[in-house]
Design a protein around this ligand. Structure first.
Ligand SMILES: *Cc1c(COP(=O)(O)O)cnc(C)c1O
Length: 353
């Protein structure tokens, strides 16, 4: 299959790179590809960024059969463009596809198509420190049909958005609140996929946390409300004494690529990293006894997000005096330096354009 390219006649004015936010500006072009039972995935094309026109009965709007990914393109030291472990994102979208009964995509072909799109849009990759071009691959069910079954047709698209430095005001700890009333996902469900409904289901708890003055929700397991799962759109790490602990992938936790990168780097540095169950009570106890050193989240948007305060019911704990811990800082620096080509990461992590 060849990707056809239809260039936009008029290009948008590029935004001021020093004032970029997140997710509001989109580039001139997008990638589109369709699926039908007869043709499989077909008609891959790069064309002007434009609204999707669809029938009001389009299945994704009613039943949420859709998946997405989130990744970034970085401007490296030499002025080139590079991706961080993009194969993992395409592998993960196929894992999401299998759970949502969406036909799988050809991972190598889609990575190549993304690179072609980035090549068309290369002037949109910002170069100010900490900025990047956010990449959102998405697949939606497009049959115009009411009734619960898997769609027979799909649209795969990739859109791009220049984004600012996450820590424009400095690498600051966030405050998180444990949700006792809501759960994010159950084992055997779709919590380990990036599917739209998971995020809709998280909104109410998020709003409650915001009202109480907290940035993000820390989710507990849905069965016993006892074991820590993850935060908003990040995985979570606890440093207790010299052990770096993240909840093991149980089927309800999103398998983050940043999470995997923290684990791999931690191991390569000879640190003690564990993927295991950890209860919220064990976290609070470790704090009371002085053993809890750090808490931090991991995800593509922020890379590493140190946690300075955690609220669980009436208990509020301040982690590491509310300051950024040394390990959060070390992981943040290392992963970011690899992403921007300042240092070399493990073999195969960087894909240059
Ligand atoms: C995307 C996401 C993450 C982080 O995954 P990365 O691959 O590290 O960006 C964690 N949790 C949820 C719920 C997510 O959607």
């Amino acid at each position: 299959m060849n990707v056809t390219i239809n260039n936009a006649e008029q290009l948008k004015t590029k935004p001021d790179e020093t004032k970029l936010g997140f997710g509001t500006i989109f580039t001139d072009h997008m990638f589109n590809m369709d699926y039908s039972v007869e043709k499989g995935w077909h008609n891959p094309r790069i064309e002007p960024y434009a609204p999707l026109t669809m029938d009001p009965s389009t299945m994704v709007l009613h039943y949420g059969q859709g998946v997405f990914e989130g990744m970034k393109a970085y401007r490296n030291q030499q002025g080139g463009i590079q991706l961080f472990r993009p194969q993992e994102n395409f592998k993960r979208i196929n894992a999401s596809n299998r759970k949502l009964c969406i036909p799988e995509i050809d991972e190598a072909f889609c990575l190549d198509a993304l690179k072609q799109l980035l090549n068309v849009e290369k002037d949109w990759v910002p170069s100010e420190p900490g900025t990047s071009l956010y990449i959102r691959p998405t697949i939606i069910a497009t049959d115009p049909f009411l009734g619960v079954r898997a769609s027979h047709t799909y649209r795969f698209f990739i859109i791009l958005s220049p984004v600012g430095a996450y820590y424009a005001e400095g690498f600051n700890p966030v405050k998180i609140m444990v949700s006792k009333d809501h759960v994010r996902a159950v084992r055997g469900g779709v919590g380990d996929t990036k599917t739209m409904g998971n995020y809709a289901a998280s909104l109410l708890a998020g709003e409650q946390a915001h009202k109480a003055g907290y940035t993000q929700v820390l989710w507990l397991d849905a069965v016993e409300l006892k074991y820590v799962e993850e935060v908003g759109s990040m995985n979570i790490f606890f440093v207790i004494d010299d052990e770096i602990i993240t909840p093991m992938l149980s089927g309800s936790i999103l398998p983050g690529i940043t999470r995997d990168s923290v684990l791999a780097l931690g191991k390569s540095w000879g640190l003690k990293v564990s993927e295991r169950k950890i209860s919220i009570d064990a976290v609070i106890d470790a704090h009371q006894s002085g053993h809890l050193k750090e808490i931090f989240g991991s995800g593509t948007a922020a890379v590493i997000s140190p946690v300075g305060e955690l609220k669980y019911g009436d208990t509020v704990i301040t982690v590491g005096d509310g300051k950024v811990g040394p390990l959060a800082h070390k992981f943040f620096q290392a992963i970011q330096d690899i992403q921007y080509g300042i240092i070399d990461g493990p073999q195969g992590w960087i894909e240059k354009l």
